[in-house]
Design a protein around this ligand. Structure first.
Ligand code: NAD
Ligand code: UGA
Length: 480
């Protein structure tokens, strides 16, 4: 029986391995992690991450051919194929701080693999890593290998949160990069055989190692670039009276451009887009390509601009101050159908409003008060480390309250900011909400999900990203 071990039981390791176990009953899959609470949660009824369809897959396989364990060394030493899916955060100190990927966790995993291995292994990069990481990993493994042979493959993950299970069951492609040697080709074939159990062969792409590593960074950069492009257009739409949804629709009808990923928003979030683009920028700079680095920097700059622009709209619309005013934030996760808050634009928006003296009342159906308080008090990039290595019990931000109901969050509020596109926010009783708010009552829709006409009829002053402006907002500057 082939044995797979995955180091890192996070958003990628957990769902990916659960689907491999589901589709390959003859393979034994162990997911290991240094975080005891995380593994305990994977072994309980309350999984550590919220992802539609995940619980069902885990329940079908757990205890049969899918195991979650903290006994990292045992499972690594027994495995034929080892996936490494640990954190690769942005460095906060030293060379490349604020841009380069911190490979501390990767390196410690590689050293441990070298130490405990007693048989030949295929080591698979599942984490998103800088180009040429495989070379560094190879050096660590071969210098400590005691005659054992390791083959390194790059098999980046393309799943998106909220749709992870569907993405894994029906991937657009599976990318496997390896050495162009007989040993490398054999390893690629071994991993292909795993995916071929449910992925059509023509969707499994084999490349060299560096192409696979770079393709992952490139794909995320291209996706984020589309959002920054449409968000840049949204500012121009507001200035000219065009409607960004109509522009996106018209542009996306061109089959060369396509309709997906053209929704204007308060900005993109998530654990990877910014981190991976910063990583790409750093690689360009290290390779003497400042023009290329500057090109990609703009994607992040426009994203920051979009988040600031949103906060400035809120403040300038409300008589240039939100000091002492209650603002309701509907949604905190970085997108719907996930409880993940990593790099969510809600953090910047809430911090911006708090900076102007607002009291913020937050409701998100999947995010806990503890998580929100941590996010609002943590330093930039500190979130991307194993749980027990994150800063302990930060002081709570007093002007923030977290509630479990949109009606409580909006009661007596002066304004509402919609920060996540949860479906339930489309069908709220906005008349009831209006009746219980201070007047004039404002809605700032950062996700373009409300029916603007209906809300204006109720009496709200409505701002929607990239849409023709409410008469109230027309003469207010977009950026202070
Ligand atoms: P995560 O923080 O959810 O999970 C990483 C896990 O690795 C943590 O549970 C941590 O405790 C564990 N870990 C760290 N060092 C370890 C070690 N030495 N031994 C054992 N366990 C260790 O992160 P994630 O979202 O799953 O991302 C993992 C990687 O995958 C990152 O490189 C990320 O860029 C990439 N990625 C993420 C997504 C996504 O949607 N989240 C998608 C594609 C790629
Ligand atoms: C993204 C990619 O889509 C995945 O392919 C990739 O594997 C993953 O990053 C990763 O490497 O971590 P994810 O961040 O989970 O997945 O979610 P997306 O659906 O890409 O959304 C990212 C952000 O962009 C969200 O904040 C979302 O609200 C925003 N977005 C997305 C927009 O503002 N407009 C859009 O049109 C699409």
């Amino acid at each position: 029986m082939v044995k797979i071990c995955c180091i890192g039981a996070g958003y990628v390791g957990g769902p990916t391995m659960a689907v491999i176990a589901l589709k390959c009953p003859s393979i034994e899959v162990a997911v290991v992690d240094i975080s005891v609470p995380r593994i305990n949660a994977w072994n309980s009824d309350q999984l550590p991450i919220y992802e539609p369809g995940l619980e069902d897959v885990v329940k079908q396989c757990r205890g049969k051919n899918l195991f979650f364990s903290t006994d990292v060394e045992k499972h690594v030493s027994e495995a034929d194929i080892i996936f490494v899916s640990v954190n690769t955060p942005t460095k906060t100190r030293g060379l490349g701080a604020g841009k380069a990927a911190d490979l501390t966790y990767w390196e410690s995993a590689a050293r441990m693999i070298a130490d405990v291995s007693k048989s030949n292994k295929i080591v698979v990069e599942k984490s998103t890593v800088p180009v040429k990481t495989a070379e560094a990993i190879e050096k660590i493994l071969t210098h400590n290998s005691k005659g054992i042979h390791f083959q390194i493959l790059s098999n980046p993950e393309f799943l998106a949160e909220g749709t992870a299970i569907q993405d894994l069951l029906k991937p657009d492609r599976v990318l496997i990069g390896g050495r162009e040697t007989p040993g490398g080709r054999k390893a690629i074939q071994a991993l292909k055989d795993v995916y071929a159990q449910w992925v059509p062969e023509d969707r499994i792409i084999a490349t060299n190692l560096w192409s696979a590593e770079l393709s992952k960074l490139a794909a995320n950069a291209f996706l984020a670039q589309r959002i920054s492009s449409v968000n840049a257009m949204s500012a121009l739409c507001e200035a000219t009276g065009a409607d960004v949804s109509q522009v996106s629709h018209a542009v996306g009808k061109d089959s060369r451009i396509g309709p997906k990923f053209l929704n204007a928003s308060v900005g993109f979030g998530g654990s990877c887009f910014q981190k991976d683009i910063l990583n790409l920028i750093y690689i360009c700079e290290c390779n003497g390509l400042p023009e290329v680095a500057n090109y990609w920097k703009q994607v992040i700059k426009v994203n920051d601009y979009q988040k600031n622009r949103f906060v400035n709209r809120v403040v300038s619309s409300m008589f240039n101050t939100v000091s002492g005013k209650k603002i309701a934030a509907l949604g905190f996760a970085f997108k719907k159908d996930t409880g993940d808050t990593r790099e969510t634009p809600a953090i910047d928006v809430c911090k911006g409003l708090l900076g102007d003296g607002a009291r913020v009342s937050i409701y998100d159906p999947q995010v806990s008060e503890d998580q929100i308080q941590r996010d609002l008090s943590m330093n930039k990039f500190d979130w991307d480390h194993p749980l027990h290595l994150q800063p302990m019990s930060p002081t709570a931000v007093k002007q923030v309250s977290v509630v479990w109901d949109a009606y409580v969050a909006t009661k007596d509020a002066h304004g509402i900011c919609i920060l996540t596109e949860w479906d339930e926010f489309k069908t709220l009783d906005y008349q009831r909400i209006y009746d219980n708010m201070r007047k004039p009552a404002f809605v700032f829709d950062g996700r373009n999900i409300v029916n603007v006409k209906k809300l204006r009829e109720i009496g709200f002053i409505v701002y929607s990203i990239g849409k023709p402006l409410d008469p109230w907002l027309k003469d207010m500057p977009a950026m202070a």
